[in-house]
Design a protein around this ligand. Structure first.
Ligand SMILES: [Zn+2]
Length: 476
């Protein structure tokens, strides 16, 4: 039986949702809706969620004077609210603090240890006594902890490590054979280059409870908590109730795991290594680039961090999704030109699609008394593009038909044809052609704009076609 399993990364709850999270989640949502229409609701599983453990969360909670669990409950809810606002239709929202997840992670950790892929070693890092935690080179300002204006100490602690080095040749072979699929091609080559040219060290999967107090206990070592990777990456299988769940049996391996570039290495090396250690098949990974906002890097200091909720407030969920996806091709590093949104809204939606719906239905009402028989044949507009995850190109294909039809009306001037009874057949076949296009445009829009799609379908397939009482897309 055909099935399709789609995931977004689990988003870290040290931040509220921004447009970067929204982009990844929107493409996953569109693809899920597309596949549901192809193979049925019950054969598609779309997973998103939140990553909720780690020292940073414990600190943020402490700063607010609340327990880490209460803190993560609050931030995780912000993600759920944002996705609800954006009309994201996921099947499951996983949280790494879910009891079921923690239980399965504990089992996975035990399995990995039994398989002999974990070992104890010294972890060396920079430790700020003031922060009571390890900090990275990147966090230092002039070699000092910015919070304490103090140079960190070199500290060594015992941690558990995953023998990534044992798996790298197998991962390389899996990527080269296509068993582990990484798209676009440039990212695949980047990962192969990483394996070939750089020394990729084993990664630690635990920290002392002192440095990471908020996390899943290491079942065999009282002093240690799991550190990031096994806990976070395994969510894609714990959500399906690995190893015995029906969903796991049905849906793994994933057909599309979406992510931004910054977590490529972990998904293309650490995650396959964990899966190989568990004897599980490889997923397909889809990586999108970073984007800038109106030509500038998104940053809190510049104040250009876009809150998806604000976009929805301004344009509604479906239009926001259209404006974001239609700007650049998936996989490319691009610029989101928020300042162009009003222009694009008017050009593509008000004057493009909205106008076409209005003109065609108005003429059917006026010249044919609302009576038109359309051959409801699905031409699969944009379908090939969506299969290849070319979201923008699917939209361009739809909008080419919209533009073609609007100019066809300008050329053929149906209002002139209507003046002469002798042209009645010509007028009728023109309106038939236009309404068949409109029907197909609406079908093709379904994964992107399910509500607008339904509105158009309802109008065009009605017993008596009448033009919409209110414009589909009101002018700004
Ligand atoms: Zn410090």
């Amino acid at each position: 039986m055909e099935k399709f399993y789609i995931t977004t990364p689990i988003y870290y709850v040290n931040d509220k949702p921004h447009i970067g999270h929204a982009y990844t989640t929107i493409v996953a949502d569109v693809l899920a809706r597309y596949w549901r229409a192809q193979i049925g609701e019950d054969n598609v599983y779309f997973l998103t969620g939140t990553d909720e453990h780690g020292a940073k969360i414990a600190e943020a909670a402490e700063a607010e004077g609340i327990e880490p669990q209460a803190f993560t409950d609050k931030v995780s809810q912000k993600f759920k609210d944002a996705w609800s606002n954006m009309e994201i239709d996921y099947n499951h929202f996983i949280r790494t603090t879910d009891k079921e997840h923690v239980k399965i992670i504990t089992d996975i950790l035990n399995t990995l240890k039994d398989k002999g892929v974990l070992y104890e070693d010294n972890y060396e890092g920079l430790y700020c006594v003031g922060c009571e935690k390890f900090i990275t080179e990147g966090e230092l300002v002039d070699g000092k902890c910015p919070d304490h204006n103090k140079e960190p100490d070199n500290v060594t602690e015992k941690n558990w490590f995953f023998k990534l080095s044992d798996f790298l040749p197998k991962i390389k072979a899996a990527i080269e054979s296509g068993e582990l699929a990484i798209y676009p091609e440039s990212r695949k080559n980047e990962v192969l280059g990483l394996i070939d040219k750089q020394h990729v060290p084993d990664f630690s999967i635990s920290r002392s409870k002192k440095s990471v107090p908020w996390g899943v206990d290491l079942p065999w070592d009282d002093d240690q908590k799991t550190y990031v990777w096994v806990d976070a990456l395994s969510n894609y299988i714990t959500a399906l109730d690995y190893p015995k769940g029906e969903d796991f049996k049905k849906y793994w391996p994933a057909d599309a795991q979406f992510m931004a570039l910054d977590i490529l290495k972990f998904h293309a090396l650490y995650w396959p290594a964990i899966l190989m250690a568990l004897d599980l098949p490889m997923p397909k990974l889809y990586i999108h680039g970073f984007f800038t906002i109106d030509g500038q890097k998104m940053s809190k200091t510049l104040g250009n961090v876009i809150d998806p909720n604000e976009l929805v407030e301004q344009y509604g969920a479906e239009v926001s999704k259209y404006l974001i996806l239609s700007q650049f091709s998936f996989g490319q590093e691009s610029d989101i030109r928020v300042e162009d949104f009003p222009v694009k809204y008017n050009a593509d939606l008000v004057n493009g699609l909205g106008n076409l719906v209005n003109r065609v239905t108005n003429m059917i009402e006026k010249y044919l008394d609302g009576q038109i028989e359309i051959d409801t044949k699905d031409m699969g507009l944009g379908s090939e593009e969506l299969k290849q995850l070319r979201f923008r190109e699917a939209l361009l294909t739809i909008w080419q038909v919209i533009a073609k039809d609007n100019s066809l009306i300008d050329q053929e001037k149906p209002w002139e044809l209507a003046k002469d009874e002798a042209n009645k057949d010509k007028l009728k076949s023109l309106l038939k052609e236009l309404s068949l296009d409109l029907y197909n445009i609406a079908l093709a829009l379904k994964p992107f704009m399910p509500n607008k799609s339904k509105e158009i379908l309802d109008i065009i397939t009605a017993k008596k076609v009448t033009k919409p009482s209110e414009p589909l897309f009101p002018r700004l």
